[in-house]
Design a protein around this ligand. Structure first.
Ligand code: ARG
Length: 452
């Protein structure tokens, strides 16, 4: 049979293992069966192969599907192995399945078909994490905490405000994944090797049968294009970067005693009995490295490839499988970790007001009372160096202003503004941390979670 001829021709080469993608192709086994079915149905509908022969081919594919990838005969890849199995089952007629196509359009269709599911899984994981974050936000709208810039205490904020900052970033990550999905979801099938075919195929029909949203028009582009892999890996690497920041923040917060990670998301030391380490979150943080490796591996593999198909493309795909697996898993783990983290509200409140973190709020207040903001900034900067309390503010003001501070603002108001809870409540500008501003953000989060 044809399979035997091909089998003989390729059976003995010393580079056979090196060349073969059969093991890695397990991931697209089901996709290849689906692509074979769609192509076969189209061949029958177009009168290219008789319906009864296509019936035999489809029956063989049903059996092959049930027997699974591990039962396939040897082959250079899953496409060749499944075709060999079809020919083994129905005889030379099985060889008609490969009419008007090539492994080049076939493999591209399989990758796109499978990647769609993987992208949906990654989107589900991102949405799950966003829901987890929104849950924390609604529980901790009033929980004050220190906000940092340069990792230095900067201004008091709330846990809700912190957590929603990541939710917003994840909304954009989700958008990027949807956009990668839309470019992945196009059918290259019917491009054949790259140069089209003399058979009267119907590319729209196979696209429709496989649930693709249209075709990749130019047949050379269809067989060669892997930028949908780049779109996907880049979107995933972006998501992983967001995750790494979230994990890093939680690791730092646990170091400072602001949070207690659940035991389920922590590890112990094999030697130091007292240790509780944030290993799980460290691995979430490291996911950015895996994703970035995948993205770089992909781009480096694609760089400089001439038109049309080149076997390098076989190695491009695996970078994306490893990326999507790592990022989807990391996202799901991050959801579990954040959901089970306990917030130490007492430690957070103490830390929120320390380090003269309400200084900006007092400068704002002085500016509201008619002192130019720059002058107010100077007063607070001086007070920060000389005691960082109400008395220091008053004596700094005395040196810098012509009038006593009391002419602008009462001592009680200064005292109140030093309170981190008041400080947060005062910053009710749109998108800010005040509970009233968080209400509005939570409303829009609920809407975007419903539409995503
Ligand atoms: N396993 C191959 C891949 O992943 C299939 C295409 C082989 N085509 C060829 N012309 N050698 O790209």
């Amino acid at each position: 049979s044809g399979a035997a001829v091909r089998g003989d021709r390729f059976s003995g080469g010393p580079a056979r293992e090196f060349l073969s993608s059969l093991a890695a192709d397990e991931r697209i086994f089901a996709a290849d069966i689906a692509v074979d079915r769609a192509h076969s149905v189209m061949l029958a509908e177009q009168g290219i192969v008789p319906t009864d022969e296509i019936g035999q081919i489809l029956a063989a594919l049903d059996v092959i599907e049930v027997e699974g990838h591990e039962s396939l005969p040897d082959g250079e890849d899953v496409h060749e192995a499944i075709e060999s199995a079809v020919i083994d089952a129905v005889g030379p007629t099985g060889g008609k399945m490969h009419t008007a196509r090539s492994r080049n359009d076939e493999v591209a269709a399989c990758i796109r078909y499978r990647l769609r599911d993987d992208l949906i899984d990654s989107i589900d994981a991102a949405i799950g994490l966003r829901e987890a974050l929104a849950g924390v936000a609604s529980e901790h709208q009033e929980t004050v905490m220190p906000g940092f810039t340069h990792l230095q205490p900067a201004q008091p904020t709330t846990v809700a405000h912190w957590v929603l900052s990541y939710e917003q970033a994840l909304q954009r990550d989700t958008d990027r994944l949807y956009s990668a999905y839309s470019r992945t979801n196009r059918s290259p099938l019917g491009a054949a090797a790259f140069a089209g075919t003399p058979f009267s195929i119907d590319r729209e029909r196979t696209a429709e049968l496989l649930g693709f949203d249209g075709i990749v028009e130019n047949s050379m582009d269809a067989a060669s294009a892997r930028d949908f892999l780049f779109d996907s890996a880049a979107a995933l690497a972006g998501l992983a970067t967001t995750l790494s920041g979230l994990a890093e923040d939680l690791i730092l917060f646990s170091n400072k005693g602001y949070v207690e990670l659940s035991d389920e998301y922590s590890s112990t030391s094999s030697i130091m009995p007292q240790k509780k380490n944030p290993d799980t979150l460290e691995l979430v943080r490291a996911t950015a490295g895996s994703a970035s490796a995948g993205l770089n591996g992909l781009l480096t593999t694609l760089k400089g490839l001439p038109r049309a198909y080149n076997r390098d493309l076989q190695r491009a795909t695996t970078h994306v499988w490893s990326t999507v697996d790592a990022v989807t898993e990391g996202t799901a783990v991050a959801s579990g970790a954040i959901t089970t983290t306990a917030w130490n509200t007492v430690a957070l409140a103490d830390a929120a007001g320390s380090g003269f973190s309400t200084a900006t709020g007092i400068a704002d207040k002085l500016a509201m009372c008619g002192i130019p903001f720059r002058t107010a900034h100077e007063i607070l900067a001086k007070a920060a160096q000389e005691g960082a309390d109400a008395a220091a503010i008053e004596s700094a003001a005395e040196e810098i202003l012509d009038e006593p501070l009391g002419a602008y603002i009462s001592n009680e108001e200064i005292q109140a503004t030093l309170d981190p809870i008041q400080s947060v409540a005062s910053r009710d500008s749109r998108g800010g941390p005040a509970p009233s501003a968080i209400d509005a953000q939570l409303d829009s989060v609920t809407k975007s979670l419903e539409s995503d």
